[in-house]
Ligand binder design. Structure first.
Ligand SMILES: [Zn+2]
Length: 507
């Protein structure tokens, strides 16, 4: 049967002249008919895109309603007032102890300042701002999502990708002397064009988000100069790293034979390790300054904590996150016995030393409980399975024809086969999988909280989380379905309640 839907631009319609490709190499019989699979693939992809748009739009609308709530959520109020009363209680005890011993510890004077005001009062004071920040973000997300959906459907129906490939062949031939059978070089031209187009397209959205929304709510600290120098640095980096990566990837597929997916998988494995090694050492310092944490109580106590759970901490850095935004964070990285912890300078300002330790207790929990390793293994298995299915579709000529790569004189470029596979056939699998991973991630968050609680830092973790939440204007009453679908971390009130339940069990 003939294809019922075709992109407006197809290669057989354009003047197309290139000699590499998959089906040129394979001896597929070309009788002008298409398999049912290919017959439905374009319509199916458009249909799936619309379906996801409608479903996610529905969730967005629910979350928007949640941001319209004007009353502070009861559940959060009940939970946080418990934290406050606990804090008061332990503060009194501490005071008594201090009075009898004489005060010799004045390192945690930040505690005193923050504890003046109960957390509940602070959260309530920020509730309105948090709702309005959330509302601005969800409105922006809905507009951006609508645009992206229409754009990706337009790209499919217009046949923009085959058009861009043809232009890459032409450009390469005319200006760079690339012959029409040099697939890797043409691919690099194609990807460069694609990257430039994507960068320009996303620029208005990113500018609006950074310099309107984030700025309005007091988070943005970047200048336009920094914003654009970041962009240029990232572009150069993606050329330096992405170029050789794509070239090697294509060679692996080309010379891998029938079972190329095994070699492709091995290649991705080593590339992941390579990236994990070079990113912290060479890439991250291009964007931020990392300075060793100054000597003092905090440093000693973090090393003590690491020692307590046998975490091989080699270095402890403070990163100038405040250069871009006042959002705060902490993370760790490194292989084997060469581990590093990075604290944002913004985090040091926002919470007390005890709370930083409790938060690190949580982060170290991710490591101790094997979450970091599990994530790596899951990613690798994912690549293995995806590449296997890709290898099964790789030579399906009529599938590519459905997306406009229908030239009978030449074959489909390997990169196009890869892109089409991941953007179309694999997209539903991706959606389901990313949901499963989000659920798993929340499970890990609870487990890491439990780890910190078991280290005896429950109260500090609870108050630390509240402070980070209010400093970042996190959602205080998110919609249940929306958070179940999107949130990698459980909502604040759920984490606090879970920790309290653990404490109760202990008593
Ligand atoms: Zn976590």
């Amino acid at each position: 049967m003939d294809l019922p839907w075709k992109p407006i631009y197809t290669q057989s319609a354009g003047e197309f002249d290139w000699e590499g490709g998959i089906s040129a190499a394979s001896d597929s019989t070309d009788d002008g008919s298409y398999s049912p699979f290919a017959y439905w693939s374009l319509a199916g992809t458009v249909g799936f895109t619309v379906l996801v748009y409608v479903m996610e739009g529905h969730l967005d609308a629910r979350q928007k309603k949640a941001y319209q709530i004007t009353e502070f959520p009861n559940e959060l109020e009940a939970t946080v007032s418990k934290i406050d009363s606990q804090a008061k209680h332990s503060e009194q005890k501490e005071d008594d102890a201090k009075n009898s011993k004489g005060s010799d510890d004045n390192s945690d004077d930040k505690d005193a300042i923050d504890m003046d005001k109960p957390l509940l009062e602070q959260l309530q004071a920020k509730f309105k701002s948090s709702q309005s920040y959330g509302m601005d973000k969800i409105n922006f997300g809905m507009v951006a999502g609508t645009y992206e959906t229409f754009e990706s459907i337009a790209i499919l129906l217009l046949g923009f990708t085959p058009f861009l490939w043809d232009q890459s062949v032409r450009l390469g031939e005319t200006y760079l002397g690339i012959k029409s059978d040099e697939e890797i070089k043409i691919t690099l031209v194609f990807l460069l064009l694609q990257t430039l187009i994507d960068t320009v397209k996303s620029l208005p959205f990113e500018l609006y988000k950074t310099f309107m929304i984030e700025k309005k709510h007091g988070f943005n600290k970047q200048t336009y100069g920094l914003f654009f120098s970041d962009k240029i640095k990232s572009l150069i980096l993606s050329c330096i790293i992405g170029g050789p990566f794509v070239a090697l990837l294509l060679k692996t597929i080309k010379y891998g034979g029938e079972n190329f997916y095994i070699y492709l998988w091995a290649f991705m494995f080593f590339f992941s390790i390579f990236m994990m090694t070079i990113i912290p050492v060479f890439v991250m310092p291009l964007f931020n300054k990392y300075e060793p944490l100054e000597e003092g109580t905090l440093k000693t106590r973090i090393h003590e904590l690491a020692g307590r759970i046998q975490y091989p901490l080699k270095k402890l850095f403070v990163m100038d996150g405040s250069k871009r935004s006042s959002h705060s964070n902490a993370f760790m990285f490194g292989f084997g016995s060469n581990k590093r912890i990075v604290l944002f300078d913004t985090l040091l300002e926002q919470v007390s030393n005890n709370e930083i330790l409790a938060i690190l207790g949580h982060e170290l929990g991710h490591w101790k409980l094997g979450h970091t390793l599990t994530n790596f293994v899951v990613t690798q298995v994912y690549f293995g399975v995806a590449f296997y299915f890709f290898s099964q579709c790789y030579t399906s000529k009529d599938l590519y024809a459905a997306f406009g790569f229908d030239s009978t004189t030449s074959g489909v470029p390997t990169i196009i086969a890869l892109l089409l596979f991941f953007q179309t056939l694999w997209a539903p699998v991706d959606k389901v999988l990313s949901f499963v991973l989000t659920v798993f991630s929340r499970h890990c968050e609870f487990a890491a909280d439990r780890f910190s609680v078991d280290l005896g830092m429950s109260q500090d973790l609870q108050s630390g989380l509240c402070k980070i939440h209010l400093e970042n204007l996190g959602a205080m009453c998110p919609d249940g379905l929306y958070s179940a679908y999107h949130y990698s971390h459980p909502p604040l009130v759920e984490r606090l309640s879970a920790m309290m339940a653990l404490e109760k069990k202990k008593d």
